[in-house]
Design a protein around this ligand. Sequence first.
Ligand code: ATP
Ligand code: MG
Length: 576
Amino acid sequence: MSTDHDPNADAAKPAGNFLHQWIAADVAAGRTGGEVVTRFPPEPNGYLHIGHAKAICLDFGLAKTFGGRCHLRMDDTNPSKESDEYADNIKADIRWLGFDWGGHFYSAADRFDTMYDIAENLIKSGHAYVCRLSQEDWKHYRGVPTEPGRESPSRNTPPEENLDLFRRMKAGEFPDGSLCLRAKIDMASPNIHFRDPVLYRIMHVEHYHAGDTWCIYPMYDFAHPIEDALEGVTHSMCTLEFEVHRPLYDWVVDRMDEMGLLVVRNGVKIRPQQREFSRLNLTYTVMSKRLLLQLVQEGRVAGWDDPRMPTLCGMRRRGYPAAAIRGFCEGLGATKFISTTDYALLEEAVREVLNKTAARRLAVIDPVKLVIDNYPEGEEESFDAVNNPEDAAAGARKVPFSNTLLVERADFMKDPPKKFYRLAVGREVRLRYACLFTCTHVVEDDSGRLLEIHGTMDPASRGGTAPDGRAVRGTIHWVSARHAVEVPVRLYDRLFTVEDPLADDVRDFTAFLNPDSARDAVVLAEPSVAELPPGSQVQFERLGYFFADPADSKPGAPVFNRTASLRDSWAKNSSK
Ligand code: ATP
Ligand code: MG
């Protein structure tokens, strides 16, 4: 996603997903008053996850496509679980993703006065009443979709009495759960959300933003259309489970219209509309804030930003670039089909970005000594190594070389099959950037464990090119033993061992946590790795992409999180 494209160019594109088409039709019909306005409405009761990123990319992305704007709004109507910590981190995560709400930051709590006035108006006009049913009875009366519900005994209370009760609810005269305000709509509707839904409930809980002003709080279904309408939102997109709430959304907007509360933009009355798309589900993880909170609270992960978490802060710490997450979300588009996306697709998007941007370095994770018997002991030289083959501007660096190198244990085989192109006695390989090397013999201990690989280099192949153009199929990476620096790395794997940790009827999802999802290790790396500042993104050639942890790295002593493995190692690749 570019940040400075011409919005009209995109808007003029035909087709797009169904949300794009929906908005385009409204723009063409002049229903937006000349400005498309969307909103992203998180509840500050947890950290954002990759599912939210999908919604953010749609909300902000479509607004931008149509040259409009997207509001950020804290939908903070449930004070028992919300906090400033969550609200602040939500903002930081959205900025990091690359989106900007300009001056349009809102909070439901800032509208509590207006919402209360609207509720009083609804009572006065006979559209709402105070219900005395207990929560249990209320559910019972509401019934099931296949049969009409039963009317609350309070349903026909006169408005004056309701108003008095509602004011006393607000004044704090009643305990939690004793009374609630309900819309008077239709107890026989097949849509259960239309059967006199609750608009306000009593909660003697302090609000993180509004303080202790209120002991009654509006329900999301009431607050949301009010906020959309008051902000002049034209297109309100949410996930599929809200589709059945849409008639209620429209009902509230109708009442606001009757009260003359709809925004008029350039002579057009703005009627916000809601549409629903399917939420993102990913394999091998869970995506509900409640479950993620459970993982944090039970100490199953190190925190919301644990690099194994599907949270945006976790992915950031893992080293996922914001551009990769945006690219992944763009690829998802928007549909109404319920589906689960393979986690591998997200990793692919991450690799695609990092392949272009990450600096290459040499590091060995499971080292064994390789001695070049025809290279003088104590001597050294250095070779030029390309920093990024995908980016000529990234230049090159010098990598020190000596007679004793460290290479991967797995790059040697005693009895290799024919197609093993790496190290074996009698075979020639390329030592990346350095030279061609032929293995002559090895040293093992009594148990047969490999201790040293010996051989000779072709002095005429310095830089790694065969002087006579002979084919050398295998290329391996190495570091000079004398120059290598030890660098801690954290190897991450999937958080869960099964594709859907919630599929089991009996066992809790935590039963499927992967015990090997985080492993500490050390790599031996070329010296320049020690100088990489926190936040650096590197590809240790053939090992994977790594990210210098911003919190745990110290100057001169980085700690790396493995962001993603490489799909292919270039050992198989004969051309390099
Ligand atoms: P969770 O179920 O994870 O607790 P939520 O829906 O309660 O999420 P909100 O803060 O209310 O979280 O969500 C803000 C917006 O993000 C909503 O518009 C919601 O529809 C959208 N959203 C939440 N989860 C997903 C998801 N997995 N895929 C796409 N959009 C999502
Ligand atoms: Mg929610």
